[in-house]
Every structure is written in structure tokens, then in C-alpha cells.
Design a protein around this ligand. Sequence first.
Ligand code: FRU
Length: 481
Amino acid sequence: MSDEHAMRQDVEKRLKTNTDAMAGPFRQQFHLMPPVGLMNDPNGLVQWQGVYHVFYQWMPFDTGHGSKWWGHVTTTDWIHWEFMPPALAPVQEFEKNGCYSGSAVVHENQLYLFYTGNVKDEHERRTSYQCLAVSRNGVDFKKYGPVIHQPDGYSAHVRDPKVWFEAGVWWLVIGAQRCDREGQVLLYRSPDLWNWAFLGPLAGRDVTFSESFGFMWECPDFFELEGTRVLLVSPQGLEAETYRYRNQYQTGIFTGAFHPETGTFTHGGFRELDLGFECYAPQTFEDEQGRRLLLGWMGVPEQQEQAHPTVSDGWVHCLTVPRELSMREGHLHQQPIEEYKQLRGTHTSTTVAVTNETAAWASWTAAAAELYIEIEAEASWTMAWRRYFHISYDAGEQTLTFERPDFETGEPEQRVSRVNGVHTLHCLFDHSSAEVFVNGGEYVSTSRIFPEQEAAGLQFAAEVYAVFYVHAWELQSLQWQ
Ligand code: FRU
């Protein structure tokens, strides 16, 4: 077993000495990211005694994957943040190859973290344990080791426990792969958070549908939203289609009804959460105001991540902005949380009318900006941000396309989706990301972008005639202590 104290000291030192990461041009202003190393999934999202805790998968030593830690940051208002000591370091036998993703709940005034202990032997054979760590102060976590072992009939790919309280008991879902390589979500129940009974698969092949739907389902989340039950999950292995499943791995939802008496879920089809390039392994939680908030990883495993220009600065990836979820006409909507309005600086508005040609709004120079755009268009239109990221609507095909240069080849790459009209675009642009909330959050697109430093402004084009009513704000930075 490694010496945890020495490892932690090494990590602290790295945090203090990585000035490249801090100075790089693609450092984000209003997104959570670690000072150094690779970040992936948000973990353990919870609000406890007013304080929001965001944990995340973190490889502090380099920009690759590997034995993950749980990084930890806190805030009370989503604007002022504090870096906390890492919550979990992979030092025990039952987690030696990574403290993998999981969740948090508050019980009897203590914070309970559930996570997956990832273990590999000398032949790269994997074992997964669902583990528990408890904290009295929200800073120091005492590990109690595995509370759930691998169930029969499943491969060692069982991970990412999400825990919640409902109908007088505790529940837990984990992502799983059957021995015959079919993805499923498994359901457990507990009276006390320590003793867990396996109730069986909740969703997946031969449970809620008959066909194959990916070889592994990661990071499940299962919650009630305004009377609708939502299973949020990241399936791996869906085959790409023209308008769907174009990223390496997918994230999306099944909506329906949960029957706690039988531990069963009835649901409809799968809907992708995001129409862009990078949104994976999101997690939600209910805050003390009763809002259902979501943070995602602005990355996708195995998707060109070493081609990100930030790798040479010693860091890679970040999280999405926090989003509030709602259900409107049976559709999940996402909106940036209200608190982010506090980041708004200088405001400008303009109206751009385009007839059969291109118009530019070149005077806009800020790289971190919020744009709210109402569109009146007779036919197709296009908008470009900093000459790098293009959003276009094809009125004939009824498709919405997001386009950027491929990180490796520089050739244009696109994500095209069928949509039911586009009336408004609410964009949050940071130095190296673009999040677009369409029609009040009916559709969302999340992407990393790496424009030239000097590239600025907005360009518009329309097939026939279009008017863009633009409200723009420069956005301030999150404040770090
Ligand atoms: C999703 C994931 C999880 C796993 C974690 C490891 O991105 O693969 O399933 O717990 O990342 O970092």
C-alpha cells in the first residue's frame, strides 16, 4: 500500500508549481477544471448545510487516464469557490487502480460518499467494489471499504453507484455489463446505507427492451422530475446513425415511471441529452431549494483527448456549466442556473439583418461571453463564433448543425440533428468551450473549441432573409480562494 501522506504532498506540490496551466490561452473563466492533470466525471454532487460540494474524477499526475482520485471544490453561490484537499486518493487495496465515479448523500449529519474501487491484477484482470467513505466535516473522509461486491452474471464492469432516499429506504443504481456484453443498470436497496440487497436489473436488454443497446452503461442517475421518472445514463457501443450517436459514446435519458414496490421501471425510447461534441457522464442532484441541477463532463472518453492543445499546458478537460433541469411538455429542458447571471459584465445589444449574404458583428471581442439571440428567419441561416464554431439551421431539412474543425486534421466536423424549429439561441462561450441552449433549453449542444487567439466577433448568413436580435454580455471569472 502506498503512503497516502507522501502522495498527497506530491499532489499539493504539483498544484503549486504548474504555472503553465494557469497561463495557457485556453484556460476557462467560468467552468470548473483542475489546476493540473486530467479531469473527467463530476462525482458526489450534493448541497449540505448550504454548501455545494462538487467532487470530480481526477488524474493529478498527467493528462491521461489511470488511477483516479476524487478532487473536491466547494461553493455557496456557484461564483465563489474553494479548492479543498482531494477527498479520495487511491491508496487502499480495494481501490488501488482508481477511486472511480460515484455519488454523495447526507445522513444523520454526515456526508456519505459511494464510489467504485477499481482494481487490476498483474494480468490486467479487473475487479470492481462499490465502496463507502464517510465524513463529519465535509473535508476529511474515512474509508470503510466495499459495501457491494460483484453480482453474478455480470462482468467486472460494474461501477458508478448513485444513491438516493425514497419511500422510506435508500436506493442505489450502478452501471453494469452482463457477461455476454450487454449494458444494464442494476438496482439495490438498503435500510441503513451499509447493508445492500441486490434487487436485479432495472433497465437494459431483456429487462425493459429486447434488443441490444450498447455493451456497457456508465454513470446511471435515476430521479423524479415534475412527476416524470428519468433514467440518465451513458451507454457505450451504440452504432452511429446520420442524426444520432455520432460521438464515441453517448449520454441520454429514458423517461417513464418507477414502481418502488416491485423495483421496476417502465419507460419509452432513448433520447440523447446533447447535440454537440462533448458531454458525457453527467450527474444530477436536488439542492436545498428543491432544484434538480446537472453538471456534465465536457469530454468523451477516447475522443481525441490527447489532441487538445491544453495537454501541453499540463491539463485537459473541464465540467459543463451547472444547469437546472425542468420538464416541459414531456421533454427534459436544461438552462444555465440563475446564479450565473451574476457573472454578467458589460451588456450590448444589436440587431443584425441579413439578406442573401453575410453580415458580421465584428466589434465583439470578448472570448468569454453570454449571447441571447432571437431569430426571425424565412429560410436557412448560419452563425459563426470567432470564425471557428458554426451553428446553422437548415429550414428544408429541419436540421440544426454544429460545426468546428477536427482537433487532429483541421477538417470541418459536424453534428447534425433533426429539430422542431429554432427560435432562440442562448450561448455561453468560454475561452475553449461553446454551450448552446436552444429554444429555452429544449435542445442543448456542448463542445470544446480552440479558436485562434485573435479570432473575434460573430458572423451571420442567411439563405433569403433573417433578423438576429442579439443581447450580449461579457462574462466575468469565477472567484477562487
Ligand atoms: C465515465 C467513467 C466511469 C468511471 C470513471 C473512471 O467517464 O468511465 O464509468 O467510473 O469514468 O474515471
